[in-house]
Design a protein around this ligand. Structure first.
Ligand SMILES: [Cu+2]
Length: 312
């Protein structure tokens, strides 16, 4: 199976045996059947509670065996960013989690927001990211070390010997997309929520409590998304492409309209604000979106007038 497009955009072909696909993502693949047999195309849910199957065959009426569902992959606390450095600190962390279920809204979000993928407090991670060695952008080098690890992580319970699982770091644009240049501005956006109370938002606020996110028409900006929750969120932007930061070579980072942010992951996208107006920016799990994991993005023209032609 060769993956040739991600979200409808050409990528350098990648051979693989399996890919994980989030709500709203699309992949185009070419499958070459080695012989005149039927093959099962098997799609499992992550929690293994169900599956869909299709049949690839050269003639009507052929069918193939359905594989046994595999064991459910489990994330441990470290995978979800809950790994603490020491005993006492760990205890404090647990208390913080308890607080999330009973405290006021603001205090609920904060305890989880303190910790990132590597067990460091998020503020430290952000400081590390902000002040790391500079490549194409202020966040690039230090973040790559963190982001790569997550991008390459195939997931517990997957990746048997020789079984290839597609990762974001393998997605490279086939040709350099237009309007690609280093960002001139960046900001951080926390994906926040609480599974038990079913509260979802960005930076601890649901849509009705938040202001619009303002993009300057023509600007190139970077959004560093930090998932403080224990769930994956497929984040979707209308109106403009997100260039997924999947490595140092900015020219071949893939364009996507939906990026899946894993628990405790720091994931970065670059955007050229080339579409004036108001756009939806939200988690594509609709039950998260409806609970408030949604922002309005306003692309506005400044008095000086932006330009989208500054393609370096
Ligand atoms: Cu979500």
């Amino acid at each position: 199976m060769t993956v040739v497009q991600a979200d409808g955009q050409d990528i350098k072909p990648v051979e693989t045996d399996e890919f994980r696909i989030a709500v709203a993502e699309t992949y185009d693949v070419i499958i070459t059947l080695p012989d005149d047999q039927a093959y099962t195309l098997f799609a499992e849910t992550m929690d293994r509670s169900g599956y869909a199957r299709g049949t690839l065959a050269s003639r009507v009426g052929m069918s193939a065996a359905i594989p046994e569902p595999r064991r459910r992959p489990m994330l441990n606390m470290a995978d979800m960013g809950m790994m603490m450095k020491g005993g006492m600190e760990g205890m404090e962390g647990m208390e913080g989690m308890e607080g999330m279920n009973h405290g006021a809204h603001d205090s609920m979000v904060m305890p989880m927001g303190r910790h990132a993928a590597n067990g460091l407090p998020t503020e430290n991670l952000v400081e590390r990211v902000k002040h790391g060695p500079s490549g194409h952008g202020p966040a690039s080098i230090t973040m790559a070390q963190s982001a790569y690890r997550r991008l390459d992580y195939p997931g517990a319970g997957l990746g048997d010997d020789g079984w290839r699982v597609l990762t974001y770091s393998q997605l490279r644009a086939l040709e350099r997309p237009p309007l690609r240049r280093p960002p001139t501005r960046e900001f951080y956006l926390h994906l926040t929520g609480n599974m038990h109370q079913f509260i979802w938002g960005f930076d601890g606020k649901k849509w009705s409590e938040s202001d619009m996110i303002r993009f300057e028409y023509g600007e190139r900006l970077r959004i560093n998304m930090i998932n403080d929750t224990m769930m994956s969120h497929p984040i979707h932007l209308h109106g403009m492409w997100m260039d997924l930061y999947a490595g140092g070579d900015l020219d071949t980072n893939p364009r996507k309209h939906t990026v899946n942010v894993q628990p405790a992951e720091l994931l970065t996208v670059d955007i050229t604000a080339d579409a004036p107006g108001q756009w939806a920016f939200h988690c594509h799990l609709l039950y998260h979106m409806e609970a408030g994991m949604f922002r309005t993005v306003a692309v506005v023209r400044s008095l000086e007038g932006g330009s989208i032609n500054a393609d370096a």
